[in-house]
Design a protein around this ligand. Structure first.
Ligand SMILES: Cc1ncc(CN)c(N)n1
Length: 221
């Protein structure tokens, strides 16, 4: 059985916001087939912009993994994430054509802008490595858990949306999230009380930003 670490304790402590982020009504509507396709198109355009801002953040995580981790395998895990972001951007472009979403005209909505600013703040050299790794894991894990749910037994996910679900819900992405979680857990084991507090706050903030992002996609903002 997988060892339970501090992140699992935090998830238990903040269960309601964790569930709100990973079982949001927008995600549930994909899974039960009731999704409004205009919401899906909103999500697609906004997430494309998000991913373009996520790339420099992950690049900064890569640099920190090279400089601050003391474990060469951290760099390899993050580099794998960058490689899959390359595929992700190509995938978004294909989906944009398929759904007739012209990314050049999409304007980032408030929740997306806030998320972008949060990523930029995390890129500061002041932010400690365990805090960055906790945030990085949470950002990836919410998508993995959410979209894997749309592929689990009993789903009525429309066939034209299964590609999006597989992108983050596949076993390889699950394995990658588990590797990032192990890195975060290893760093947190040796962290001071102050850094642990910052990492817990950042985890909750990511969950709030993810909820706001799904809300925005549903047309809530
Ligand atoms: C909002 C958001 N959060 C997370 C992911 C997964 N990288 C994403 N594509 N978009």
């Amino acid at each position: 059985m997988e060892k339970r670490g501090v992140i699992d304790t935090w998830i238990d402590k903040h269960r309601s916001i964790y569930t709100a982020a990973t079982r949001h009504a927008f995600v549930v509507s994909i899974r039960d087939g009731s999704v409004d396709l205009s919401s899906f198109r909103t999500w697609l355009g906004q997430d494309y912009l998000f991913v373009r801002r996520f790339v420099p953040f992950v690049a900064s995580v890569l640099i920190r993994a090279c400089k601050d981790s003391g474990e060469s395998s951290d760099m390899e895990v993050v580099l794998g994430g960058i490689a899959s972001l390359n595929d992700e951007i190509e995938w978004f472009k294909r989906e944009g054509s398929k759904w007739d979403v012209d990314f050049s005209t999409v304007v980032p909505q408030r929740a997306n802008q806030e998320y972008g600013r949060f990523l930029e703040d995390l890129m500061s050299s002041e932010v400690k490595y365990p805090v960055i790794m906790t945030a990085f894991w949470a950002i990836e894990a919410v998508y993995q858990e959410s979209l894997a749910h749309c592929l689990e037994d009993g789903n009525k996910t429309p066939v034209e949306l299964t590609g999006a679900c597989h992108r983050w819900g596949n076993d390889g992405f699950k394995q990658y999230c588990s590797s990032v979680k192990n890195i975060a857990e290893r760093c947190l084991e040796n962290a001071s009380g102050e850094v642990l507090g910052e990492a817990e706050d950042v985890l909750v903030r990511v969950l709030e930003l993810e909820v706001a992002f799904w809300e925005m996609s549903r047309g809530g903002q």
